[in-house]
Structure formats: structure tokens, C-alpha cells
Design a protein around this ligand. Structure first.
Ligand SMILES: [Zn+2]
Ligand SMILES: [Zn+2]
Length: 408
């Protein structure tokens, strides 16, 4: 008798909302699956990962790993689909976008949620997290027209999406307070751009991965040529104006030097009111490619140019940092000021130099203090049989700088 390899080995849990804008994220599905089995996420992960060549060491790190456009994510969800015996599970997340779009900046770094949706789900069919809430460009809930929240109303804590397995998405991980509010948030009108983005991202997450199989990813040049043939005004200067990007960006894309990020494709699709998924996949024999119009009107984007830096305000912060005990490195100070560190170094070289020197001094002092501490511990021992034994006795790594210094 042979074992049936296709027999599902995990609970046959159906995914929620496949093919709709409300489809749940892969992360959400795995959270519910772990809950259905009554095990921790990490236990479930080990089981899945162990059912073939390991795919992920662990699930921490890059946010949210299982949903990103990557081959690894796609392989992982394929395996989960086999184990639960539900082919639709394979289509969760944006794994199908691997190699079609750059994975950076697709997802937000903190959790976003609609408190009205959470309240409804708590009362009804159970909790799942829609994939669309995680997308960096999405600002509103399509069903309630309220702005997505990113901070707990009680304690203000933000939920990093690097945390794995917060399936009970309705309570704050910091204070335990509820994130669901019945009729709590007032509807907030969306700008034309926000509404267009919401519609396009809804279309994107509704794409069922199997539709992408065998399709190709058209180049930016091909898209522009096709738009031109359909009668759209695609002169470079007009694209620059509508998309709110620089001339350089458009010409780089036209030359096909770089793969466009999701932001640029989103700007292109909304500026010409064509459907975003068409910019990412062209199915063989699809006569309607790029002919399908979006429901929204073409939008003109505000310019992507970075907001001007208020150097007068920044100078005060810089002066405080230059005198502060903490002696932070330039990169951290730049981050506080929301300035690119290289920009800070070219615009305020003298400040950067002071910060750099102070930081190095601090590190040097910390090392000396550590060296002295280890040396004192070594000297306090009665005998030194070997490096290894001494290091073990004082609980310091034998290869650490402090120990090596003390031993000499
Ligand atoms: Zn909602
Ligand atoms: Zn809280």
C-alpha cells in the first residue's frame, strides 16, 4: 500500500476573500491556521518549513515576509496550499509579483487597520487581516471610508508588522486595549488621488495568482507605446506633469534601465485611469490588454519632490545633539531629522564632523571601560589555566575585544 502524498496534513481551512479587494493576507491566514490547530505560529512555521527544503530560517525580519513579492514567499505559500489541500491558499499574498516589481516600499512598516471593520469582524465571522491594509500607499478603508489607523487610541503605540503572529488583531499589543471601535471613526472624504489609489490597489490584491501563470511582465516602454496607440497623451512632459515625477525618472524608465517600483506604476495607472494589474501582467492572447479602464477619473499627482528641509529648525536639533551625552552617530541624528545622512553631511559638514568625532570618542571610551572591567575580573582570579577556562569563569567571550586586550 502506498501513502497518498496528496493527502492534506493540516486543517482544511478555507482562505477568506480570494479574488476580492478584501482578500486576507498570507500572514493573516497562517495566524488563523495556527489558531485552528491550537499551536504557536513558530510551531506551525517549523512544521511547514520542515516539509521539504527549508524556506525561511524564521519569520522575523523583513516585514511581512509571507506577503511580499518574492519567490520565497510564493514557494512557502505553495507548500502551505499542499499541506492544507486548498489550492486557493497558494494565491494569498503578493508572491506572484516576484520579479515583476521591486519588493521595497510595497508594504507599510507599522500595522494599519480600520476600527469599524475590526468591530464588525469581532461580532461576525472571526478575525482576518485584509492584505490591502498592509500596503504602504493605501490610506482608507473602502467599506467605511475612514482613514486607516496606525496607532492605538488608548496608548498611542504602533504595531510593527515585523512581529509575527498577532492574529488577534483587535487588541493593542502594548496596553491590551481594544482597537475595534463601533462607529468610532467619522468618515473622512478621500482626495482624488487617495480614492484612485484605493481602487487600484483593490484591483491588484483581487488578482488571483493563477491568472499570472504564463503571463509576462510588459516593459515600461511597451506600456507607454500601447497607451499611445489607445489615444492617451504620453509625451514625456505630459507624463511628468500627471505622474508628479521628474523628467529623469521617466527617461530612466523608458530606457528600461530599472525595474519600476510599485509607486511609479500606481502613478502611471491612476494618471491614465487604466487598470494597475494590466501594467504588471499581460496574458497571451488578451485583446483587451490596457483597454480596461478604471472607474476613477485620471488624476494629476502632486510632485514627488521631497518637502523642503527646515534648516533653521534642524540647526537647533543639531546643536543639541552636538552637545548631548548620548553622542549619537550621524546616521541616527539624520534619521531623527528625517534627512538623508549623505544630505546632512554635504549640507552641514562641520556638524557632521563634530557628531562623527564625538561618536567615535564615545565608542573608544566604552571600549576602554569594558577593557578595564574585564582586566579587573581576570586579575581577580587566583589562577589562569587557559584562555578558554578564564573566559568561561568570568563569563566573557574569548574572542571579544575586551578579553583579548586584557589577556595581553
Ligand atoms: Zn472598514
Ligand atoms: Zn495600546
Amino acid at each position: 500500500m502506498t501513502t497518498d502524498m496528496r493527502r492534506p496534513r493540516l486543517w482544511h481551512l478555507p482562505p477568506i476573500g480570494v479574488g476580492t479587494p478584501d482578500v486576507e493576507s498570507a500572514d493573516s491566514y497562517l495566524g488563523r491556521l495556527a489558531q485552528a490547530h491550537g499551536v504557536a505560529r513558530q510551531t506551525l512555521h517549523k512544521f511547514i518549513n520542515g516539509h521539504g527544503p527549508a524556506i525561511y530560517q524564521n519569520l522575523r525580519g523583513q516585514p511581512p515576509r509571507l506577503d511580499v513579492p518574492s519567490q520565497q514567499a510564493a514557494a512557502y505559500m505553495r507548500r502551505v496550499a499542499e499541506l492544507v489541500g486548498h489550492p486557493e491558499v497558494e494565491t494569498l499574498g503578493l508572491g506572484w509579483l516576484a520579479d515583476r516589481v521591486r519588493a521595497q516600499h510595497v508594504f507599510r512598516s507599522d500595522r494599519g487597520w480600520c476600527s469599524a471593520c475590526l468591530a464588525e469582524r469581532q461580532a461576525g465571522s472571526g478575525l482576518h487581516t485584509p492584505l490591502i491594509w498592509g500596503l504602504a500607499s493605501v490610506t482608507h478603508c473602502a467599506r467605511h471610508c475612514v482613514r486607516l489607523r496606525t496607532a492605538c487610541p488608548a496608548c498611542g503605540a504602533k504595531g510593527s508588522i515585523r512581529r509575527v503572529g498577532a492574529v488577534d488583531g483587535a487588541s493593542c499589543a502594548s496596553c491590551g486595549g481594544t482597537l475595534a471601535a463601533v462607529g468610532g471613526d467619522a468618515a473622512e472624504p478621500m482626495s482624488d488621488v487617495e480614492a484612485a489609489v484605493l481602487e487600484q490597489m483593490g484591483l491588484l490584491v483581487s488578482v488571483v495568482a493563477s491568472q499570472a501563470v504564463g503571463s509576462e511582465s510588459p516593459s515600461f516602454g511597451e506600456i507607454v507605446t500601447a497607451l499611445h496607440r489607445r489615444g492617451h497623451h504620453v509625451k514625456a512632459c505630459e507624463m511628468v506633469r500627471r505622474m508628479g515625477v521628474s523628467k529623469g525618472t521617466v527617461s530612466t524608465l523608458m530606457r528600461g534601465r530599472t525595474q519600476p517600483g510599485i509607486d511609479l506604476l500606481l502613478r502611471l495607472s491612476t494618471a491614465y485611469a487604466v487598470q494597475l494589474p494590466d501594467l504588471l501582467l499581460r496574458r497571451p492572447g488578451d485583446r483587451d490588454w490596457l483597454k480596461r479602464a478604471a472607474r476613477h477619473h485620471p488624476v494629476v499627482w502632486p510632485s514627488r519632490a521631497r518637502p523642503r528641509i527646515d534648516w533653521a529648525a534642524s540647526q537647533r536639533v543639531l546643536e543639541l545633539e552636538m552637545a548631548s551625552e548620548a553622542a549619537l552617530p550621524v546616521a541616527q541624528v539624520a534619521k531623527r531629522l528625517q534627512i538623508d545622512p549623505r544630505h546632512l553631511m554635504t549640507q552641514r559638514p562641520e556638524c557632521a564632523a563634530v557628531l562623527g568625532t564625538r561618536y567615535q570618542m564615545r565608542i573608544k571610551q566604552e571600549r576602554e571601560r569594558e577593557g578595564d572591567r574585564v582586566l579587573a575580573m581576570v586579575q581577580a582570579l587566583d589562577e589562569w589555566p587557559s584562555q578558554r577556562a578564564v573566559a568561561r569563569d568570568i563569563g566573557v567571550s574569548r574572542t571579544s575585544r575586551g578579553f583579548r586586550g586584557a589577556w595581553q
